[in-house]
Design a protein around this ligand. Sequence first.
Ligand code: LLP
Length: 414
Amino acid sequence: MNRESLARLSSPKLLKLADQYGTPLYVYDGDLIVKRYKELYEYIQWDKLKILYAMKANYNVGILKLLKMNDAFVDTVSPAEVLLALKLGFTKERILFTANNTTLNEMKAVQETGVLFNIGSLSELEKYGKTFPGSKVCIRFNPDVYAGEHKNVQTAGRITKFGILLSEVNHVLKIVNKYGLKIVGIHEHTGSGIAQTSKFYKSMTNILSIVNRKKFPDLEFVDFGGGFKVSYHPEAHPIDYNAFGKKIGKIFSDFCKRYGKELYMYFEPGKYVVAESGYLLVEVNTIKNNRGRLIAGTNSGFNHLIRPVLYDAYHHIVNLNNPNGKRKIYDICGNICETKDCFAEQREIPVVKEGDKLAIRNAGAYCYSMGSIYNLRPMPSEVLVMDGKEYLTTKQISNEDLADKLITSARAAF
Ligand code: LLP
């Protein structure tokens, strides 16, 4: 398959945006997001296909609006995600609610919206059935396969809090019958960044093995979750999604023949849709030589992009001011008071001087959305670039406003 290189927004363009909006700054390539979302419909060989964007990866309103304009569906994991999607005009039929450890009050709030629940524990299923008898529901099973690019992003297998064990299927059916629930979907999500496609196929066949028309007479869809891997390293070997899409279509088509009805197939990618579109632009403000170890200190930190710290994730870093210069090895660090606050350790990049701007690539998924204001450093602004035009979708809050907000919210109480 012919995939273009990771870089789509040029270094001069990124430098211009950094000058215009200041750093740290998140920039997203909206055209690439639409391309990635749409191409999954080309790869996956099944007509009754729905791709639900996992909005936890990036809930930027510009990105959500863009996907909505392209007829997207969304997977949500909290009542606020459901609310945001509804407010942006996604209809309830286009939203799935896949939370875990949901309280009764949260259930009531989401049930009122009419959005379908995807339930992954017997306890929640019991509560849901008792409170809303006769409802339609989707059941999340644990497909009993571990996969994902780091142990912290594996969401199935032996030890996980997610999903109902396949061996508990009869218990599920008992609760469903007791409350007259109607199972319209079954769901699995194995992990994030799945490199071995064989694990994907195995998880599909595992969950399909418990399904037949007698036990699940009302099925409308099977949702195989997200987890499509994208290349974070420029030299990584990309997955052949053409071959993958064909194989998936075949597995599902064989299943539907056995089931006796053509069902919808759902997927819920987050990373695949947005990861490559994003850049975090930072500025180097301090160069330190610690007994020969060079440290480039920047004006951002792991509060803005935590993936290297949490998952040892590799994010490619480009020196926008000196993209092709002589190379040296640096620790590229942040401005947070924590020892592990580094975007990259012992990374070879073109020589860096104070004032240079760096672009941290593939920062579109689980970067801004996992950010915080730790150390009271506000989250960066976000700019969405579409068709050569840019839109400031989120403006960084000033230090002054941040301090005032904290004081105002405490004032009522103390
Ligand atoms: N569906 C469900 C139920 C999920 O739990 C997830 C991700 C997805 C879909 C989307 O997975 P994706 O296609 O984005 O891999 N913060 C981690 C990833 C955690 C993913 C958790 N669940 C990271 O930055 O790698």
